[in-house]
Design a protein around this ligand. Structure first.
Ligand code: XUL
Length: 541
């Protein structure tokens, strides 16, 4: 019986999912919430509190992640015979970085199973805290790097994304500028993923092509460090970065620390870790073109598998990361997800989800040509630096019009700003809190002219990591597992949840997209007045 373990080091918790591969079953699902279970690290949502409340700085304590790893293994030993685990892989929150000194190699290679990890690894840190993906404090550095690389377009062409504050390159540049001494004492810079993998394997692990793509340092096509991007970021950086490797790199045996302390087998293998989004791609079974995931959460994301690293014009709309299959994936982030949908519309009009659905039904598809631009806060896609709400032909007091307005705006924006990915989405897997509402999903199906399935994914990243462990182990044993075989039965949408596009509404929405696009262009790019187009649409539909 082959058991594989997937770990997910996310912002707020460390989770484990174990699968019995032959019986196609999840046999363990366990989480350690940092704030609740490790209060000594004083985190809030997994992040260290800031002296100034409005500060754009977001760091976490890497020792907290290690304490969580010890705690997690001590707890799951009661539920799962750890000696049966064949291989472990993992998923890490993307972009976050861990800074180690030259003692790290020795320390990682000689861990004493009688003492906790955090105590032993603390002296290996050259920077006490780790900037994570929520950090927005590198505006200057992001601009400097982008400028050195010829602007946002060429930066995206080279690295898969234009520069973003949270990406690791700008974070490293800031560390070098503000603390050149500590930077000089840094011997190795890991991502959260490669750091955790290094601990499990007892030596420095490579960064995989999936997570490496979130750094603004990797040449997305060659899958090698870009000398140009490194030179634009910080001096002597090439010697501080681990090598890059494929996501299925077999690192070697698990460190004796885990064998002696928790009873893992001496034969158990450590597999390279990847980023949480690449792992979720596997956990959702998004391994062929034409299938995308839409998560309706705090922010909404649209993501999918790609065979080629295509980027959007000027890199303005989304990222390209490596996919664990060896291909690529895209991820587009829409920041005004539940902030617009739930806080500023549903709650503001005093509705629950049922009332929201009722209101949605009171205004016809296309909203009679009326459009809401719901940038209740700054927006990433399209870029809107400050909150800006516009209503075209719509009264603020009209609850039904605003409910339909916000849903059609969000779905239209996704459809428009994902066009650069090429190819049409035939099937959408919908996840996240908002996806519980099937009336929202009907608009999604009609506007994208795609069938929509609901997907329960509280643990898609950890599940994806466990499936990656299975894939890498089977490959190492000389079997040739295909990805569809590996994910079958594990990564399946909720049975009976299919929502088909309504053939009568699809052509209406094709025209509505043009109306929406004209309103967006008017508000954001000083485009022509869209009212005539709106009038024609309303007259026709
Ligand atoms: C992706 C991103 C987040 C983190 C969350 O670019 O910043 O999704 O990976 O863990």
């Amino acid at each position: 019986m082959a058991i594989y373990l997937g770990l997910d080091a996310s912002t707020q918790s460390l989770s484990a999912v174990a699968i019995d591969y032959d019986r196609r079953k999840v046999v363990l699902d366990h989480s350690i919430n940092f704030d609740e279970r490790l209060p000594q690290f004083k985190s809030k949502g997994g992040v260290l509190p800031n002296a100034q409340p409005e500060s754009p700085v977001a760091h976490s304590d890497p020792l907290m992640w290690l304490a969580a790893l010890d705690l997690l293994f001590s707890e799951i030993g009661d539920k799962l015979d750890l000696s049966r685990v064949r291989a472990i892989a993992g998923s890490g929150q993307q972009h976050g970085s861990v800074y180690l000194n030259e003692r790290a190699s020795t320390i990682l290679g000689s861990l004493d199973s009688e003492r906790p990890l955090s105590e032993q690894i603390a002296p290996a840190l050259s920077r006490r805290t780790s900037p994570i993906w929520m950090d927005q404090s590198t505006r200057r550095q992001k601009q400097e790097i982008e400028q050195a690389l010829g602007g946002p377009g060429p930066t995206a062409e080279l690295t898969g994304s234009r520069c973003f504050e949270r990406f690791t390159g700008p974070q490293i540049r800031k560390f070098w500028q503000e603390g050149p001494g500590a930077y000089a004492r840094t011997n190795r810079i890991h991502l959260v993923s490669s750091f955790m993998a290094s601990v499990l394997n007892g030596r420095h692990a490579p960064i995989d092509h999936g997570d490496g793509a979130g750094m603004n340092l990797m040449d997305i096509r060659a899958r090698e460090w870009s000398a140009e991007a490194i030179a634009a970021t910080a001096p002597h950086l090439a010697s501080k970065l681990p090598p890059l490797g494929p996501s299925d790199t077999l690192l070697g045996r698990l460190s004796p620390y885990f064998v002696e302390r928790y009873g893992f087998s001496r034969e158990a293998l450590a597999i390279a870790w990847s980023g949480d989004n690449p792992c979720s791609l596997i956990g959702l079974g998004l391994i062929s073109a034409g299938r995308v995931g839409i998560s309706l959460g705090t922010s909404d994301t649209y993501f999918g598998y790609m065979t080629e690293p295509r980027t959007s014009p000027e890199g303005a709309e989304g990222h390209v990361f490596g996919a664990p299959t060896g291909d690529y994936m895209s991820l587009i982030c829409f920041q005004n997800g539940s902030l617009a949908r739930e806080v500023n519309v549903r709650d503001r009009y005093g509705l629950d989800w049922e009332g929201f659905s009722r209101r949605l039904g009171e205004s016809p598809p296309g909203n009679r040509g009326r459009v809401l631009l719901p940038y209740f806060g700054p927006e990433i896609t399209p870029a809107v630096p400050r909150a800006m709400v516009r209503r075209y032909g719509l009264e603020e007091s009209d609850a039904a019009g605003n409910v339909r307005g916000v849903i059609e705006a969000q779905m239209a924006s996704m459809a428009l700003h994902s066009q650069w990915m090429g190819g049409k989405a035939e099937t959408i897997y919908a996840t996240g809190g908002g996806s519980q509402n099937r009336d929202i999903l009907q608009v999604m199906a009609d506007l994208h002219d795609a069938e929509v399935y609901q997907f329960e994914v509280s643990k898609s990243a950890a599940l994806g990591a466990a499936l990656r462990a299975a894939h890498a182990d089977l490959k190492a044993r000389g079997e040739e597992p295909t990805w569809p075989e590996v994910v079958a039965d594990f990564a399946e949408p909720v049975a009976e949840s299919r929502i088909a596009p309504n053939p009568n509404t699809v052509p209406l929405y094709r025209e509505f997209l043009q109306v929406y696009q004209a309103c967006e262009a008017h508000a954001l790019r000083a485009g022509p007045d869209p009212s005539e187009l709106q009038r024609q649409f309303a007259a026709k539909w």
